[in-house]
Design a protein around this ligand. Structure first.
Ligand code: FAD
Length: 125
């Protein structure tokens, strides 16, 4: 595969993956059970092992060691992922994202506000 196509595919995969990950943390329970917490932590570790871009997976595994997944609430999980994504942005020379705009950026009518509001997996969203 030519380099440009490869890079394009990697970027498309990344955009899709980040969207899923951010929406997942934004809909994570506000008051998770121990089982929810284990599931989210396990998910990110398996994701980092199996992500279909070898270089990205290795870097992400190192990041998870440095910044272990925060699973105590929707807000902590969402802000943790925003921070980790910003670490990747920095390494790739991309601008820092303002994590206070998470709700506005990912607003999908799902009542998924992290700075207030109800919703999430068990909240009727
Ligand atoms: P993306 O970084 O894909 O972001 C998509 C959108 O998310 C942005 O337009 C913005 O609206 C929003 N956003 C940006 N930052 C944040 C944030 N901090 N929090 C919430 N929302 C945000 N590519 C490589 O070349 N090398 C790598 O090592 C690499 N590692 C990756 C690791 C992972 C786990 C993932 C999911 C992707 C990785 N990528 C890597 C892909 C890379 O991060 C980008 O997805 C890709 O370069 C496309 O970038 P983009 O500028 O379109 O925006």
């Amino acid at each position: 595969m030519p380099k440009l196509v490869n890079e394009t595919a990697k970027a498309e995969l990344g955009r899709a993956a980040w969207r899923v990950l951010h929406l997942m943390t934004l809909r994570y329970p506000e008051n998770p059970t121990q089982s929810d917490r284990t599931a989210l932590k396990t998910y990110f570790h398996l994701f980092s092992r199996l992500y279909p871009c070898g270089e990205c997976a290795a870097e992400f595994q190192a990041l998870l060691k440095q910044y272990p997944p925060q699973t105590s609430s929707r807000k902590s999980a969402s802000l943790w992922l925003c921070h980790v994504h910003n670490q990747v942005n920095e390494r790739l020379g991309k601008p820092e994202f303002d994590c206070l705009t998470l709700d506005a950026t990912y607003d999908s009518g799902l009542q998924n506000k992290i700075l207030g509001g109800k919703g999430g997996l068990r909240g009727g969203a």
